[in-house]
Design a binder for this molecule. Structure first.
Ligand code: ADP
Ligand code: MG
Length: 396
């Protein structure tokens, strides 16, 4: 992946529009987790040091093209200013007179945050007129929001056709990390795909089978594979209508010489609730009314020994219903093993996906992984091998 980066520009005294991901968690009108603000700091600081006027473009939540006061970005200006140790001005619209005035008052090295892009329907519609109105306030465009790169919106795609466009530092880091596992990885490469549904991850499974040396299937979707092979799954979550798809994937893995690791034992219970009796069973040993809720210890042992044999790991989707102990055991054990290998310099491990990140945090190992993507949808589309419109326009 070759795109234009910040080392190729001299932004001195230029108005630089930077698309950031400020879709942060908020509680009672205040930022409750500033990870995303911190992620944007390197690009902002770099541009400021070079004398740029840094104008931040961001969306927050889903106001659906209308001004929704509770979805204003204004509460972010103060925490951002503390983080950057410099005042952050705020304009109550991202286009039009108030934005123009605020930009015209900027000096070199100053930072301005513009109001929520999605207050205008033109943002998500990628309306050329709206893109033009945004572009009017800048000389250069920088996209630092990988998490929004799978959407062709005015602030991610449209605007990049109107101004010289570059990838920011966070974008460069994230795409670089993903490229390490799927672009030109150190082999062998092991994938883990888990989670609930096979239906939402069919394209990921196909793409990974074609590229990886080994692929472990876990979580609810493993039940569909087991069912497709004739095993009893009783009341388990299972997409029975996708049995054919599961069998096709098994055939595809044979053709592509990708070793599939399916469960060899299971953890069952009546339901996923705290305090229920969990039992480890062999395949098919599920009584009426029981559900498969986690990978069994033998399955986890085979998975960790596969980790020992590979150079690279890419992981999306928990192995069990990790939100409800003890059904987090399989995921936690696998995550800790991977983390120990990374710490020992024996494995490159990249993971992503909303629930996967939560599971790694719960296991206490997210910081040990080589890279953990919090990009959600964009990460999943990347795993599908799709071209992301917000990235394609930055291509050199
Ligand atoms: P991510 O957000 O990381 O992409 P998913 O959303 O695909 O992951 O899957 C996470 C969900 O899968 C979790 O809510 C988890 O409880 C569920 N899950 C995992 N294993 C099972 C299972 N055996 N039965 C039902 N749900 C499962
Ligand atoms: Mg999820």
């Amino acid at each position: 992946m070759n795109f234009r980066t910040l080392d190729q520009i001299d932004p001195d005294a230029k108005r630089v529009l930077v698309r950031v991901d400020f879709n942060v968690p908020m509680e009672h009108g205040a930022v409750s987790d500033d990870t995303r603000l911190r992620a944007a700091a390197s690009t902002i600081n770099l541009l400021r040091e070079k004398g740029a006027k840094v104008i931040l473009l961001a969306h927050f939540d889903r106001p659906h093209g209308k001004r929704v006061p509770s979805m204003s970005l204004e509460p972010l200006a103060e925490p951002l200013s503390r983080l950057l140790r410099t005042p952050v001005a705020f304009a109550d619209d991202c286009i039009g007179a108030s934005a123009e005035r605020a930009v015209s008052e900027m000096a070199r090295g100053e930072v301005l945050l513009l109001e929520n892009l999605r207050f205008h329907p033109g943002e998500e519609a990628n309306d050329p007129l709206f893109a033009k109105a945004l572009a009017m306030n800048g000389d250069i465009f920088v996209n630092d929001a990988f998490s929004a790169a799978h959407r062709a919106h005015a602030s991610t795609e449209g605007i990049a056709h109107l101004l010289p466009a570059y990838a920011g530092e966070a974008m460069r880091r994230e795409v670089g990390a993903l490229d390490v596992v799927l672009g030109n990885p150190r082999r062998p490469v092991l994938g883990i795909v888990g989670g609930s549904k096979i239906s939402t991850k069919l394209s990921i499974l196909r793409h990974l089978i074609a590229r990886l040396d080994k692929l472990a299937i876990g979580g609810g979707m493993a039940n569909t594979f087991l069912f497709a092979q004739g095993w009893e799954v009783a009341a388990s979550y299972c997409e029975k209508n996708l049995s054919d798809a599961a069998r096709q994937l098994i055939g595809m893995a044979e053709d592509e010489r990708c070793e599939l690791l399916l469960p060899v034992d299971i953890v069952v219970a009546e339901r996923a609730a705290a305090g229920v009796a969990a039992r480890t069973r062999g395949l098919g040993e599920v009584d009426e009314g029981e559900r498969i809720l986690d990978a069994g210890p033998e399955t986890v042992a085979r998975l960790t020994s596969a980790m020992d044999q590979v150079e690279t790991l890419v992981w999306n989707g928990p192995l069990g219903v990790f939100e409800t102990p003890p059904f987090d055991r399989g995921t936690t054990a696998a995550a800790r093993h991977a983390a120990a290998l990374v710490r020992a310099g024996k494995l490159i491990a990249v993971a992503g996906g909303g629930d996967t990140v939560a599971a790694l945090n719960r296991a206490g190992v997210a910081q040990d992984f080589t890279f953990v993507s919090t990009a959600g949808g964009a990460f999943l589309e990347w795993l599908e091998g799709r071209s992301l419109p917000g990235l394609a326009v930055l291509q050199a």
